[in-house]
Design a protein around this ligand. Sequence first.
Ligand code: HEM
Length: 679
Amino acid sequence: MEAILSSNFADFGNGPRRAITFPMFGDGIFTQDGEPWKHSRDILRPQLFHRQYENLDVFKVPLDDLLSALPEKSGIVELQSLFFRYTLDVTTAFLFGDSIRSLKSSDNATENVFAGAFDQAQAYVAKRFRLSDLYWFIGGREFQDACKMVHQFADKVIDQNLAKDTTAGNQNRYIFLKSVAKSCPDREALRGQIINILAAGRDTTACMLSWTLHPHVMEKLRAEIAQLPPIEEVDRAALRDMKYLQNIMKENAEIFRPERWDEDLPMNQEPTLQKWGYLPFNGGPRICLGMDFALTEVAYTIVRILQRYPIIKLPNGERVDVISTMRKLARSFTSSLRDSLKIRPRTRALTSDEVESPQAIKEERATLTTVFEGEDPLVDIVAVHGLNGDAFRTFTAEKTGKFWLGDSDMLPRDLKGQCRVLTFSYPASVASILGRTSSDRILQHATTLVAELVADREVTGALERPIIFLCHSLGGIIVKRALIYSASRTGKMIEHIHSIYVSTYGILFFGTPHQGSSKANLATFAQRMVALVPSKVVDTDSQLVSALQESSEVLQDITDNFVPMMKRFRICFFWEQEKTSLGVKWDYVVTENSAAPILDNTDRAGLRNDHRNMCRFATRVSPGYSLVAATVLRYSREAPGTITRRWVSEREILTSMRKQEAMELIKGGGEMSGGKAKQ
Ligand code: HEM
C-alpha cells in the first residue's frame, strides 16, 4: 500500500476513473491526474483548513434540522437516510454559505429532487466502476438526465450564491465557493470542483455517522459527553480532546472495540505500519483533504444527538450489519449499514405501548458508570435516579445540557476533585417498578446496586472508602432497601456485601416519598407518577387502585425497616417548592411533609423547582445548587474520620460474631460427640 500510495505514487494513475465519473463529476480533483490534479489540490487545501470551521457554526443549522426531523420523545427512526440528507446539507452549507436544507424541504421540493438526482447519478457511477474498462456498458438516458439535473442545480446554486450581497453583515463570513471561484477559469471548472466536493463529503460522512452510533459504546460515550463544557462553548478543539469518541471514530465495522486504540497494538511496533496501518482516508499525496472536517462533523453530530437522546438503542430484533456484498455496494462507493440504521432514540421514559412489552423492560441492564474520578478520592458519591428517570438525564439541565455530577466545573470542582462520582442506571419505567410485584423489583434493583458497587470498589481497591448517596424520588427507596439488605449481610462468605452499609456516611434525598407515616401519601405518590407518564400497569381502575395499594405497602415496609438505622447516617432531605403539571391540575408530586420529615439530627431544605427538575442545575449559580454542593462538601469532609472508626469497630464486631459462631459450633459438636460417647 505504501508503495502504491506514496513512494511509487507517480507510477500509478487513476485508470479509467476519469471516464467513468466524468458525466457526473466533470473536471475536478477526483477525476484529474498529474498537473491539473496538483493545481486543484493547491486550490482546495487552504479552503479545507480547520480554521474555516473551528467554531462549528457551519454544522449548526443542518444539525438543528436533523434534530427536528427526529421524534420529540421516543419512537423508532430510520436514521441512515436522514444522515445522507444531513451530510448533503452540511456540505452545501460549507460550500455555499447556506445549506440547501434538504431535511426541511418537502419530498418534491427542488432540493430533494436534486438529492434524488444526485443519488441516481452516483448509483450509475458506482455500477460503472464495477465494470472498470467496460464502464460504457452502463449509461443511457436516465444516467444522462440525472447528471444534467445535478449540473443544472449546481449552476443555479452557484449563481444564487455568487450574486449574494456580501456587504450586509456577511463580509467576514468565509465562503468556500467564493474563494474557489477566484482560482477557477470558468463556470465548468468551478462546477466540477463543487460537485467533486459534494460527492466526497456526503456518503462517506453519512456512513461514518451511522457506524459510530454503535450500541456497545453508548454508556461510556455518554459519560465522556457529560464532561464537556456547555454546548455553546464546545469547539473543534474540545471535540478533539474527547479521547473515547475519537477512538470510536477510528473503529471499524467488524471488531468495534474502541478501547483497542489505547492499547499497544502490533501496528504501533513498526514505523511503516504505524503510518500505513490505518487507511480509511487514504494516504500519501492523495490523502483525503476533508479528513479533519469529516471527523469534526461526525464528533459534533454524535455529541448533539446523544445530548438530546441520552438513550439510543436498536429496536428489538434489529442488528448492526455492514453491507458487504457487491450487489449492495453497487448503491454507493461507501459501506453503509445493511438496508438502514433503525434506532430507538429516547429523551424520556418509554411510551405506554413499549412499557407493556416485557422485552422493553428486559433490554435495559442495570449498570454503574463512573462519571468523574479525582486523583486521590476521599469519597464515592453515588447518584441513583427515580421512577421514569435516567442515570444522566435526571441530573442534566435541559437547556444547557450541563451534567453537574460529572462536569469538572460543577460538583467535582466544589469537592476539589477529591471524589469519585458514579451514577447507577436501572430499568425505571412505572410498569417495571410499581404494581403487583413491586417488592421483588425494588429488591432486585437494590441488590444489583449493592453488587455493582461492591464489585467496582473491590476491583479499584476502595472497599472501605466512604459513600455518599444522592437519590432522586423513588431512587431514595432503592437506596434505603439497598442499605437494609447490606446491613443484614454479615455471614462470613458475604461480608463484602455488608461493606456498603459500613461505608455509607451520608444520603441526600431529593423528593423521595418518605410518607409522613401514612400509606395514603405513598399511594398518592404512585398515582401521580402514573399520571405523569400514562402507562398500562393495569387494565381497569380497580386493578390500578389495588396495584398502587400494594406498591404503597411495599414502600411503607421499606421506610419502617429503615427508621432504626437512620441515626447512623448524615441525612439531608430536599423537597420540591414548585408544582408539577399532572394533566388536569398542578400539584406537588411529593409533598414537603413526605419528602422532608422533621427529625432530629437531619438537615432539610426546599429547592425552587418541580419534582422532575429538582436535581438539575444549569450553572453553579442556579437556585439551590450551592446548598446541595455545600451539603455534599460538608459530608465529604466529615466522612473519612467517621468511616475509618466505623470500620475498626465493625471488624471487632464481625470478629466477635465469628468467635461466637465458632464457639457455638464447638459446643454443638461437643454435645454431639458427648452424645455418641454415651451411647
Ligand atoms: C468519513 C468521511 C470521509 C472519508 C472516509 C473519506 C475518504 C477519502 C478517501 C479514501 C479519499 C481518496 C480517494 C481516492 O483518491 O481514490 C478521499 C479523497 C478526498 N476527500 Fe475525503 N473522505 C471523507 C470525507 C471528506 C469530506 C467531508 C470532504 C470535504 C468536505 C472530503 C474531501 C476529499 C477530497 C477533496 C479528496 C480528494 C483528494 C485528492 O484526490 O487529492 N472528504 N477521501
